[in-house]
Write a protein that binds this ligand. Sequence first.
Ligand code: SAM
Length: 324
Amino acid sequence: MVAAPPRFLAKLAAQLWPDDPQAQDAFATALQTPLPSAPAIVWCRDRPEPSPFPVLPPYPWQPAWVDRLPPQVQPGRHDYHAQGYYYCMDVSSVFAGAVLGAIPIPEPVVVDVCAAPGGKAVLAWRYLQPRLLLANEPIGKRLGMLVGNLRRCRVAGVVLCQDSQQLATHLAHTADVVVVDAPCSGQSLLAKGEKNPGCFHPLTIRKNVNRQRRILANAVRLVKPGGYLAYMTCTYSPQENEENCRWLMTQYPGLQPVVVPDLAFAQSHVAEFPCYRCWPQAGMGAGAFTCLWHVRRQGAGANLPWSWLAQVAVARLEAKPWEP
Ligand SMILES: C[S@@+](CC[C@H](N)C(=O)[O-])C[C@H]1O[C@@H](n2cnc3c(N)ncnc32)[C@H](O)[C@@H]1O
């Protein structure tokens, strides 16, 4: 038998499903007794034949260059990983990135504001084939893994280490697509069997909400008129997800949330606008929130400030052909 959930987890479950004790139980149980992991790999070069791993049937929304693997498989240990054949992530991260598949702009300029360790940058690279990818990570000690992962997977781009306010100052209206995979309270770590003390505490959530709003307000300034902003987290609290989206749409009335038909099955039940959730009890990974906006704004985009980029670039990664 599973112990009664701790107070703040029980409160969150009741906030999410006020009229559904069964859903509350299923959610709390998935966090107290985690389901097996849900590994996925994002192929960055052609899949070898035969595939080195057993593969699970794809979800309808899953891109053709992603494979879902059985829980016991550890693709990070295979030589192909070191050789950059693929990037490993939880299935729910692939889910969160799936909104990028709804963006119709060819060869966009993409800014990933919170990029380390690089998962969404790899997804943006695969989905959008950007003409320029700016992968930003403001925390210096996280740059090594970002650069290492992008280099390993041969993702071309420029790596930056800037606060989002600096990005807004220098890159205003230059991006076709901006991705904010925000730092959050990380409640989904529990669904992976990891510890994250205090992640349901109201103060933790408040601190994260404030940081997310600041990042979002800066990020929206980067988007060109007609461009797109994607927001995602790996946490469950509505304050960090749907409520932040509502706040942003009040501040910037030109933001139109985009319907992503492939994710319609996962429409958030606590939102009155298009945005998507996967829950830990659904068996599709640890859980995620994702939302995409079309930015309807008058005016033209701005040119990229190449001399500033040259000054502040931490790494410039070129697309190199794969060796045979
Ligand atoms: C959820 S993680 C991003 C994961 C990454 N996008 C991926 O898919 O691999 C959030 C990232 O935001 C960074 N971060 C922390 N504070 C930030 C801030 N004020 N502005 C932008 N990013 C921040 C964290 O260091 C962390 O690397």
